[in-house]
Design a protein around this ligand. Structure first.
Ligand code: PHE
Length: 333
């Protein structure tokens, strides 16, 4: 009897599913089960022997029933866990249907430019896209009838408000709101009435401005940082400064790099000159300092078009493809 009960309890221990568990229950305490039959033999016994055997049987029955209940619970819990794992949806898994995003090529380029200047300790400044005449023109030594205003085809609103045509007004705002030393870049969108292979009515510029006491800022500093910057962006290119004109800088220069397509040999892209113009710069004109009330300082400034950089880096010849939101194009960057 004892041996048989031990065998039953051992089987119970090993049961792994509800069907086997139910079968074992029937085998043990069902109508014709082993223990049920043992209980039936009690009838034939008398006195102390009957009492003792009845007690023994009850103990077996109780422990079998409680182990059975425990086992059932364990099986149910593990089944539930299995089901949960099966039903689980991993929301972090990438769908194969969704194109993966890596940032717009213009912003990738902008980030790379910003990275360089931030590493050189420049701070980031921003200004409004809708500007007034003073910040966009007047304070930058572009008075109302100045012919140089024609260089920039402006979108005007009423009351001499306009869409900024360059990021240079951020120079003015930063100087008005701070005292020198200033060491800033201002990335952002600008607007001009222009639309062709290399111009779009909205494009991006990055402006740079450094202002400090007279002995600390000169053209050599400007030249040094821009050469370093252009090597960072384009690798092993030659850099040249060509005398130019901007009303807000004096002297002014345009900066060229040797053509990245033909390595300076001369090709269609560089109009057979071997050079590509990439930015404008100069020593801040005293008139600009006068407009913001700065005295006894010196500064340099530069401005560049992000789209032009992106076109040269990625060898894209139609700027409009950046803005047509065609995923087949954008996915290639
Ligand atoms: N603002 C000029 C432009 O849009 C670029 C520039 C900025 C030139 C600063 C010199 C100094 O063309």
């Amino acid at each position: 009897m004892k041996a048989q009960m031990q065998e039953i309890l051992q089987k119970l221990e090993q049961v792994e599913n509800l069907q086997d568990l139910e079968a074992l229950r029937v085998e043990t305490i069902g109508r014709k089960g082993f223990l049920t039959q043992q209980f039936a033999t009690l009838k034939a016994l008398q006195g102390e022997a009957k009492k003792a055997f009845a007690a023994e049987l009850n103990t077996y029955k109780e422990s079998f029933e409680s182990l059975l209940a425990n086992k059932k619970n364990t099986i149910l819990v593990s089944q539930m866990k299995e089901q949960l794992v099966k039903d689980c949806v991993d929301a972090s898994l990438f769908s194969t249907l969704r194109p993966k995003s890596q940032g717009h090529p213009i912003y990738q380029t902008m980030d790379r430019i910003i990275e360089f200047f931030v590493s050189m300790n420049f701070s980031l400044q921003t200004g409004p896209l809708i500007e007034d005449d003073f910040h966009n023109f007047e304070a930058l030594n572009l008075p109302i009838y100045h012919p140089a205003r024609d260089m920039q085809d402006t979108f005007y609103f009423k009351d001499s408000m306009l869409l900024r045509t360059h990021t240079s007004p951020v120079q003015i705002r930063t100087m008005q709101e701070n005292t020198f030393p200033i060491r800033m870049i201002a990335p952002g969108s600008v607007f001009r009435r222009d639309y062709d292979l290399t111009h779009s009515p909205m494009f991006h510029q990055i402006e740079g401005l450094v202002v400090d006491s007279k002995e600390k800022v000169n053209f050599a500093h400007l030249k040094y940082i821009l050469e370093d910057f252009l090597h960072y962006m384009f690798g092993d290119v030659r850099v040249r400064f060509r005398s130019s004109f901007f009303p807000f800088t004096e002297p002014s220069a345009e900066v060229d790099i040797s053509c990245v397509f033909c390595k300076g040999e001369g090709c269609r892209v560089c109009s057979h000159t071997g050079w590509l113009e990439v930015l404008g710069c100069g020593i801040v004109n005293q008139k600009v300092f006068d407009a913001v009330g700065y005295e006894d300082v010196s500064g340099y400034a530069f401005g560049l078009g992000v789209e032009r950089f992106a076109m040269l880096i990625h060898r894209v010849n139609d700027l409009r493809s950046f803005f047509e939101t065609d995923l087949r194009v954008l996915e290639q960057f």
